[in-house]
Design a protein around this ligand. Structure first.
Ligand code: ARG
Length: 458
């Protein structure tokens, strides 16, 4: 008979055992579970709730179990439901009845809340680390391409020329905000729930602060019912991960487009590309495609976690057990995507010549010509109309805007002088020199600020 079933008349049906067991996946929480139990046992001894020598025996037993688990020698048992019962039963095997004192004033409800919070803190830190390494790779490419011009797009139509560095720095901004979100996740997970018991608190003279300190938490929870029953810190980790994956999927999509023959802007390193089983000529961007798809999986986990929590009455409910597999998968998906993107980004070979060519076609300087007229006093709307007319004429003759003659310009508006012919990609880019713009001066400054920010974060 299991220790928790004395009031029940029958052993648990095997189907129920299989249905309710979480040990297959929550064993991943073992290091946190053991650390939490060690801190709890030490505190029980310090406070005189259990004799000091009992606490020492429990701690030594738990440490040995920790080693067993790390070495892969721990005999995990499916019939013991979860990681908490597995560790406790093993402790009894090793040290005898005194093991039964460990659970004094503690419930699996505050125990699992603790394990999950410790896991989320580590996960948030690991994601931040991955974000920093990816940002470093992005910034290195940006630094290498402060002179490389590309067409900037809106609606995936060529819009205005920009520096490739400026385009890449947009991703640094997104990833930096992702880092801030994970710092927020870390901060809100950083609350120690032990001492909450099953839901009402514990009737012993516990020193919760010392347990928090030992486990590296900066504060203790202030409401026992909230502490055992909410998983908002899990949901927000999914949410931050979903947003980060959304950013990565946009980068992925651009790499897929840009590495196509149609664009030809970039070539993936062979180590980060795949071949086709049928077409010998193929070099495929499968990593980026999988990242794009895995984003959906993380979105799904966010929705799943929100749905598990929706309308649960206070305090603990077994539903909460369903938060784990999705959380692990979200964290693994995001961290592995960050790692592989950092490596893949480093190996990208951009084709500046091809990009410049693309930035010279498609009347990308039309806005600059309109701005030219505005500087001569023409209202912007009128300038827009005039340049639209010029674009149409150029198109009719199969030319670019810059290919029109002085006479052709002046026929549409007498405001044009010879200096209109000096407008080119470089003047267009250099003109956008407000903070946040694509002018080389601004972009150089943005890179050094981004590097400073990254070293502050890292
Ligand atoms: N495996 C459970 C979970 O993940 C641990 C807590 C079980 N508590 C209980 N009262 N059955 O939430």
């Amino acid at each position: 008979m299991k220790p928790t079933r004395s009031r029940l008349k029958k052993p648990m049906a095997e189907a129920v055992q299989r249905y309710t067991a979480s040990i297959a996946y929550d064993r991943r929480l073992a290091p946190y579970d053991i650390a939490g139990s060690i801190a709890h046992a030490r505190m029980l001894g310090r406070q005189g709730v259990i004799p000091g020598e009992d606490a020492e025996a429990i701690v030594a037993g738990l440490e040995a179990i920790g080693r067993e688990i790390a070495e892969g020698a721990f005999p995990f048992r499916d019939d013991l439901e979860d990681i908490h019962m597995n560790v406790e039963a093993r402790l009894a095997e090793r040290i005898g009845d005194v093991a039964g004192k460990l659970h004094t004033g503690r419930s699996r409800n505050d125990q699992i809340a603790l394990d999950m919070r410790l896991f989320c803190k580590d996960a948030a830190a690991q994601v931040q680390d991955g974000l920093s390494r990816l940002r470093k790779a992005v910034l290195e490419q940006a630094e290498a391409h402060v002179e490389t011009v590309i067409p900037g797009y809106t609606h995936l139509q060529r819009a205005q020329p920009v520096l490739l560095a400026h385009h890449l720095l947009a991703y640094d901004e997104m990833l930096a905000r992702d880092g801030e979100r994970f710092a927020g996740c870390y901060g809100r997970a950083d609350v120690m729930p032990l001492g909450s018991g099953a839901l009402a608190g514990a009737p012993y003279p516990f020193d919760r602060e010392s347990v928090a300190r030992e486990l590296g938490f900066s504060r203790v929870s202030s409401n026992s019912m909230d502490a055992v029953s909410d998983r908002d810190f899990v949901i927000e980790l999914h949410a931050a991960a979903a947003i980060a994956m959304m950013h990565l999927s946009r980068l992925a999509e651009e790499l897929i487009l840009w590495s196509s023959t149609e664009f030809g802007f970039v070539e993936l390193d062979d180590a980060y590309a795949t071949g086709s089983s049928l077409m010998p000529q193929k070099k495929n961007p499968d990593v980026a495609e999988l990242a794009r798809a895995k984003t959906g999986r993380v979105y799904g986990h966010l929705m799943g976690a929100l749905t598990v929590m929706k309308a649960l009455p206070l305090a603990y409910n077994r539903d909460l057990q369903e938060d784990k597999e999705a959380l692990f998968d979200t964290v693994d998906t995001l961290t592995s995507t960050l790692d592989i993107f950092a490596a893949m980004l480093g190996g990208l070979r951009f084709d500046p010549e091809r990009m410049r060519q693309a930035a010279t076609g498609g009347h990308l300087l039309a806005t600059d010509v309109a701005d030219y007229l505005v500087k001569k006093g023409v209202p912007f709307r009128e300038a827009h109309r005039i340049v639209g007319e010029l674009v149409r004429q150029a198109d009719d003759q199969g030319k670019e805007l810059g290919g029109l003659t002085m006479e052709e310009y002046q026929r549409v508006s007498p405001e044009f002088d010879r200096d209109v012919l000096a407008i080119d990609v470089s003047t267009s880019i250099a003109a956008r020199s407000l903070p946040g713009g694509t002018a080389p001066r601004q972009v150089r400054q943005a890179i050094s600020e981004a590097k400073r920010r990254l070293s502050d974060d890292g």
